[in-house]
Design a protein around this ligand. Structure first.
Ligand SMILES: Nc1ncnc2c1ncn2[C@@H]1O[C@H](COP(=O)(O)OP(=O)(O)OP(=O)(O)O)[C@@H](O)[C@H]1O
Ligand SMILES: [Mg+2]
Length: 259
């Protein structure tokens, strides 16, 4: 795969892991600028490890992660710590959105800001326009929020740093179906505002329906890739990764997204 000039993130031949054995065995993905890209695959295949390696939480052993920063410069991310990567314009919400339960919603959002105070207020206004439910909860302790509201707060906190690329690890995990639709609708809204998105999801059908492009990982390797629609309709993907039951109501999802 060669990189095109409008690619915001390009991962090539990535190898990484926790013990001496690698979890990722040469993974390659591209995120076109402005796109939503989905990563799906079985439990334990290395999806979270891939995201953590891109964001500097797990070391790169081999291969490269190249990000186009706020100034349009191509930057190798290997070896950089997460806060430096955030400054370049890439932020991540981890698999279990960790909010600080004893802090207020506003304090949680302030922690997301690697920016000066004036810019924080401006960003806060933008982010609260996307997440109006947080506006009325600004003074509340994060511990008092529902699971869905916490997930929204986790995403909002990442957005405060004004990322060009947002990485989400299973944003719908553990949420009631109506809340899942809401989270996907917010992700779409964020993308429409100009933020590229790379997301891992277990709700693979719903996620692929929303995504411009998708990758299937298996055992730490690329298995398949294509447009969201191609993967949704691929017989092998359906049988191995999507299951034949519980078909997605695409019309209903589209309505949710367009709200
Ligand atoms: N912190 C860690 N220390 C050691 N091994 C880990 C650690 N995190 C993950 N692993 C191992 O790495 C492999 C890949 O895990 P990873 O979390 O990347 O999978 P995943 O595809 O995100 O799975 P899931 O769908 O369950 O979230 C698994 O075998 C897992 O046990
Ligand atoms: Mg995971």
């Amino acid at each position: 795969m060669s990189e095109s000039p409008d690619t915001i993130l390009s991962v090539r031949g990535l190898e990484a892991g926790y013990s001496e054995e690698n979890v990722l065995h040469g993974v390659s993905i591209d995120v076109p600028t402005g796109a939503i890209v989905a990563i799906i695959g079985p439990n334990g295949c290395g999806k979270s490890t891939l995201l953590k390696t891109i964001y500097g939480l797990v070391g790169v052993r081999r291969g490269e992660v190249v990000f186009r920063d706020r100034d349009g410069q191509r930057r190798g991310l290997a070896g950089l710590p997460p806060h430096a990567i955030t400054r370049l314009g890439l932020n991540m919400v981890p698999q279990l959105a960790n909010v600080f339960p004893d802090m207020s919603v506003r304090e949680n959002l302030e922690i997301g800001a690697f920016i000066n105070h004036g810019k924080f207020e401006h960003q806060l206004e933008r982010v609260l326009a996307t997440f109006p439910a947080l506006k009325i909860a600004l003074g509340k302790r994060a511990a008092t929020l529902s699971g869905g509201q916490r997930q929204m707060l986790g995403i909002a906190r990442a957005l405060i740093s004004d990322p060009r690329l947002l990485i989400l690890d299973e944003p719908s995990a553990g949420l009631a179906p109506a809340m899942v639709d809401e989270v996907f609708a917010r992700v779409k809204a964020i993308n429409v505002e100009g933020v590229s998105v790379l997301m891992v999801e277990q709700k693979a059908r719903q996620c692929l329906a929303l995504s411009d492009y998708g990758y299937v990982l298996d055992m730490g390797q690329n298995r398949m890739h294509g447009t969201g629609e191609q993967l949704l309709n691929d017989r092998e993907v359906i049988e191995a990764y999507l299951g034949s039951r519980g078909r997605l109501d695409l019309a209903a999802l589209k309505k949710t997204i367009e709200r």
